[in-house]
Design a protein around this ligand. Structure first.
Ligand code: AMP
Length: 114
């Protein structure tokens, strides 16, 4: 059994509120939402963070972002927009070491982050 929580979600060992799934990608609502819309888009393959994408990474990243923007539109964010965030390692505030795109929307978000 993997000790990566997102790998365990991919494997169905931990439940999630799925928004989208295909062969390579899974999207699910964040368990601790920071906005009315807050979901995560992840590769099913375990990639620790964006700096370890490796070969084929650009295509995968493109697919993650394309999925994120389509789902954001489906969640009602077309008119006012949303924030698409990838945290990386400790300085980036990453707490789960499995690459993920956050999508936050449904309210105005402050900038810059603290
Ligand atoms: P980050 O801090 O960028 O690594 O974000 C990790 C995110 O994963 C946080 O927003 C958590 O709330 C979220 N999270 C952690 N465990 C789960 C889970 N089991 N289901 C859904 N979201 C989770």
């Amino acid at each position: 059994m993997s000790d990566c929580i997102f790998c365990r979600i991919v494997e169905g060992e931990i439940p999630s509120r799925k928004l989208f799934e295909d062969e390579d990608i899974l999207a699910f609502h964040d368990a601790a939402p920071q906005a009315p819309v807050h979901f995560l888009v992840i590769p099913k393959k375990h990639i620790p963070n964006i700096m370890e994408l490796g070969d084929g990474g650009a295509a995968l990243l493109g697919r993650l972002l394309d999925t994120a923007q389509k789902l954001a539109a489906g969640q009602g964010c077309s008119e006012k927009g949303a924030r698409f965030v990838i945290n990386c390692k400790s300085d980036g505030g990453q707490t789960v070491d499995h690459l993920h795109v956050h999508v936050l929307g449904g309210r105005p978000l402050a900038w810059p982050p603290g």
